[in-house]
Write a protein that binds this ligand. Structure first.
Ligand SMILES: CC(=O)NC[C@H]1N[C@@H](C)[C@@H](O)[C@@H](O)[C@@H]1O
Length: 441
């Protein structure tokens, strides 16, 4: 159990043990499925970001920015027609939640968090106050959240909900967001919207008892005073539930970072980094292999985050028909084949005490995790000329070289060296990390 100054509430062990979750951004924006693959949040110049937004789920905002390439694309490809029409075009005819969840589980995910209502205000369930503007009455004509929740829980994974409380371009405010410094101008703060959003989150709690409440972009000012009661209701309904940190500092069980943004939140005993497999959360048809993580990148991201005490919430952006893009499936399949023999070095582990063993970037790449009985060294990119030999810098006596074992079953030789442990093993020159297990002394 871990305490955080923010909420002072112990974070349930299931969350800190889970290590890996799957985010699902799926909406009417999956029909347009278009954004410029500009780059990562936190890396792209903020002055460029909104006009050239790489987030395909921001399509309705980006097409309203004068002179944006997305606006030109919308004009030439969709005749400039109303965004709302994409809801009716969205059919989800091939949506097979059990297929998704089986892949997520094999990849090592322990929780799944779908968007229930993103910034466009379109609900993926029969949300109170939305009339027919939801996927039950239009487009898919299906309660996509209930169907996914059932599949997730049938596979014994935890189910969370993403809700865009801070931005709603339909029920809230229509003005396009032009710059992060003016984000608040695009956010609804009125009492009517606050009541609308509050009622919808309560409805999600009542229907699904979600294990994670993942709110985004803050909470309307007129509703801030009611949040303590909402959280009390949530925890009474879901005693092992966790609440993220995006409620305008009202409350947080854990902190989040996104791509390279808010990396200062990556501290303490549990936090969560989220990103897409490419530069977007919603499916973006313009992304090519050069924009996407490959399986080794995704595994290294997961291992690095876990080695520092975090969870990774990796996003998939399904197509409008309900299939997962093949290039995104391939990444999860690659993670699944790696996870088949590496799960024990990831799930339910904790970081090593600081100073006991050094992570290393470059050649070789080294990260560490531990559980009660073992310490795991992850090694990658061992230069060929080293002949598979690598020196692991550890506190003297930390590891027993005689207990070294590679989790993939290949042979490894280990001996005590002046700075810790020397290991010799073949096949460590790949970008995909290999874990070597040592018994703790
Ligand atoms: C740092 C931040 O507030 N990001 C908001 C961002 N969150 C992502 C998970 C996606 O839902 C984006 O579309 C959303 O704008």
């Amino acid at each position: 159990m871990n305490d955080f100054p923010q909420s002072g509430r112990p974070v349930p062990a299931w969350f800190t043990d889970a290590k890996f979750g799957i985010f699902v951004h799926w909406g009417a924006y999956s029909v347009s499925a278009w954004a410029e693959p500009t780059g990562e949040l936190g890396v792209v110049d903020p002055d460029v970001w909104f006009k050239h937004n790489p987030y395909a789920e921001w399509y309705w905002n980006t097409i309203r920015i004068e002179g944006s390439p997305a606006q030109e694309h919308h004009r030439t490809t969709h005749g400039g027609r109303p965004y709302d029409e994409f809801l009716d075009e969205w059919k989800a005819e091939l949506f097979d939640p059990a297929d998704w969840v089986e892949l997520f589980a094999r990849a090592g995910a322990r929780y799944v968090v779908p968007t229930t209502k993103h910034h466009d205000g379109i609900a993926l369930w029969d949300a109170p106050g939305t009339g027919i503007r939801n996927t039950v009455h239009r487009g898919p004509r299906r309660d996509l959240i209930a169907d996914l929740a059932a599949a997730v829980r049938a596979r014994d994974l935890r189910f969370g909900v993403y809700y865009s409380g801070g931005i709603d371009w339909y029920a809230g405010r229509r003005d396009p967001v032009l710059h992060e410094d003016r984000m608040d101008e695009g956010r609804p703060h009125e009492a009517a919207y606050a009541a609308y959003a509050h009622r919808q989150v309560i409805d999600l709690i009542d229907r699904h008892s979600p294990d994670v409440l993942w709110n985004d972009m803050g909470w309307p000012r007129a509703g801030q005073a009611d949040l303590p009661e909402l959280f009390s209701y949530y925890y009474a309904t879901v005693p092992e539930g966790v609440v993220n940190d995006r409620w305008d500092n009202a409350h947080a069980d854990y902190l989040t970072s996104e791509y390279e943004a808010d990396r200062a939140n990556e501290w303490g005993a549990c936090w969560e980094n989220t990103r897409g497999i490419g530069f977007s959360f919603g499916y973006n048809q313009t992304e090519g292999p050069e924009h996407l993580l490959d399986p080794a990148d995704a595994v290294r991201l997961l291992v690095d985050v876990v080695s520092r005490g975090g969870n990774l919430l990796l996003n998939v952006g399904p197509k409008a028909d309900g299939t997962l893009p093949q290039e995104q499936r391939a990444v999860l399949e690659g993670m699944a084949s790696w996870m088949a023999c590496h799960s024990e070095a990831v799930h339910a582990t904790r970081p090593l005490e600081s100073g006991s063993a050094d992570p290393h970037d470059g050649d070789p790449w080294v990260r560490w995790t531990r559980d009660e009985r073992h310490i795991y060294a992850f090694v990658a990119d061992v230069p060929d000329e080293a002949g598979g030999r690598v020196a692991l810098k550890t506190r003297p006596g930390l590891l027993d070289p005689d207990t070294a074992e590679r989790l993939d079953g290949d042979t490894v030789k280990a001996e005590a060296g002046p700075e810790g442990i020397h290991i010799t093993s073949a096949g460590l020159d790949t970008p995909l990390p290999t874990a070597i297990r040592f018994a703790t002394r």
